[in-house]
Design a protein around this ligand. Sequence first.
Ligand code: PSU
Ligand code: MN
Length: 306
Amino acid sequence: MKKIPDIFQYSDEVSIALNNGKPIVALESTIISHGMPRPINLEVAREVESIVRQRGAIPATIAIIDGTVHIGLNDEELSSIANRVDIAKASSRDLAIICAQGKSAATTVAATAHLAASAGIFTFATGGLGGVHRGAHDSFDESADLTALSHLNMTVVCAGVKSILDVGATLERLETLAIAVVGYKTLQFPGFYLTDSGFAIEYRVDSVAEVSAIRKARKQLGTDSAALIVANPVQKEMERTRHDQILASGLDLATRQGIIGKAVTPFLLEYFHSTSAGESLGINIEIIKSNAALAAEIAVASAELN
Ligand code: PSU
Ligand code: MN
């Protein structure tokens, strides 16, 4: 009988770390393929991995290449994701189709968290979560990140939700979906490019030890079937008036050009990066690096939990 090839492939370092209970940080790949322009996307992806290693954890960047799920990418695979033009953007629902058809895709927060949890990795760093889009009462556009995180045990370090979204509505959905939110050294929910979205949150933690104590209690209480969001604000935010102007013109252009579905987020990020002459890109890079560093520290502090 023909052996069915395993759909998962682990990088050597991830495989060793999993077998030895060493700390691992899952990293998403949509940021690389659809969130930043070439060639800086590859440089950042490499740098983020090295930040995770410097803090004593193993990076597991997740993506699908030619029908195989990769948990941890080598440098050639990382550059495929950064450079190939046939890399789709895959949310959870797309995974099986992409694999069965032998295609390649970068994974969103939803898809990465799903694959990471299947692999036994429970700490994850991204830039900003997806959420409820502005105008969602008409478009029904709400990221599948939210529903995915409602049923996955994952600690997700992010700079809040992207400021292109309806932050208030997203916070309400996070509450409904039983997804826990703590601010890292803040009681103001961060707004991705902005340190403060204007919305207060209920809980703050000041150390990674506090995060791992919460993870432990979640396990004991059985409330770890939904995600824990650690909201880590960027240090230096974008100039606000400029931010608001670009956002308004970007949303307007997206409407006029009829951008819908999964194209909306990449369109707006790209619009920000080109219109702000790189200011938003620089901040986005800072966000990803700082979240990777914090996630690595959390993974190290929580290693004995898994
Ligand atoms: N954070 C970033 N850049 C990104 C994203 C997050 O700094 O490109 C991606 C993530 O993969 C997230 C996705 O899951 O945007 C949300 O897309 P949508 O709104 O279509 O669900
Ligand atoms: Mn959407």
